[in-house]
Design a protein around this ligand. Structure first.
Ligand code: AP5
Ligand code: ZN
Length: 213
């Protein structure tokens, strides 16, 4: 099954993608996570990506498409995947379609997690990310057992650099300009499904499972 998670920054794509990946035994492929891992390891790709990410801008299509095509070659991607944060522009979506079509394949579901901008600002300010394993928490909605410490790996939790309020505003405007058009793109292909992302995390997950069933 090939699933795309659509939605604004902070809509809960990552939270849900991790659960879907676990339930259906397919990899969770997050371009944001891949870039953050590269930044942490100070690779050339990470250095390039960081200049865009820190401003809340998109990394150029070319870099992202190369990266994702490389990721698809790994054996765990052979039976499908859940894509989180890709595609994010029409050219990225077209590149994905072209790559899939070359093997006679296509996207099965594009799930749009709908959350209004007002809720987003609140969510991002409360998000904490693990420096060790990348797990995501929220100080109010999904708190770790011990404040500031990851339940899974015991590493420290931090506020992401791009979750500062000024950057979040820019990420939202970039989302509306460049990513929102994908909703219509996948609607035309009859694979778009909408989910109310303002519900509690478990309810959002159950709604998605119903769609995929
Ligand atoms: P990326 O990492 O993809 O960030 P994003 O799309 O902005 O998404 P987020 O990770 O911020 O949010 P999310 O929707 O996953 O929400 P989450 O589940 O964490 O990208 C970062 C940057 O990398 C981009 O700005 C860009 O520069 C670059 N990049 C990445 N991909 C790219 C691409 N394809 N092309 C170009 N550039 C690219 O949830 C958010 C918070 O809310 C958490 O604290 C969570 O616990 C909480 N929460 C989740 N669900 C709920 C709920 N139902 N109720 C209450 N709280 C909830
Ligand atoms: Zn961790």
């Amino acid at each position: 099954m090939k699933i795309i998670m659509l939605g604004a920054p902070g809509a809960g794509k990552g939270t849900q993608a991790k659960r879907i990946a676990a339930k259906y035994s397919i990899p969770h492929i997050s371009t944001g996570d891949i870039f953050r891992a590269n930044i942490k390891n100070n690779t050339e790709l990470g250095q390039k990506a960081k200049t865009y990410m820190d401003k809340g801008e998109l990394v150029p299509d070319e870099l992202v498409v190369d990266l994702i095509m490389d990721r698809f070659k790994q054996p765990d991607a052979a039976n499908g995947y859940v894509l989180d944060g890709f595609p994010r522009t029409i050219p990225q979506a077209e590149a994905l379609d072209k790559a899939l079509a070359a093997n006679g394949e296509s996207v099965d579901f594009a799930i749009n997690v709908e959350v209004p901008d007002e809720n987003i600002i609140k969510r991002m300010g409360g998000r904490r990310a693990c420096v060790g394993c990348g797990a995501t928490y929220h100080i109010e909605f999904n708190a770790p057992k011990v404040e500031g410490v990851c339940d899974t790996c015991g590493e420290k939790l931090i506020l992401r650099d791009d979750d500062k309020p000024e950057t979040v505003k820019n990420r939202l405007s970039v989302y509306h300009d460049q990513t929102q058009p994908l909703i219509e793109y996948y609607n035309k292909k009859n694979v778009l499904r909408e989910v109310d992302g303002t519900m509690a995390m478990d309810d959002v997950f159950n709604a998605i499972v119903e769609i995929l069933a």
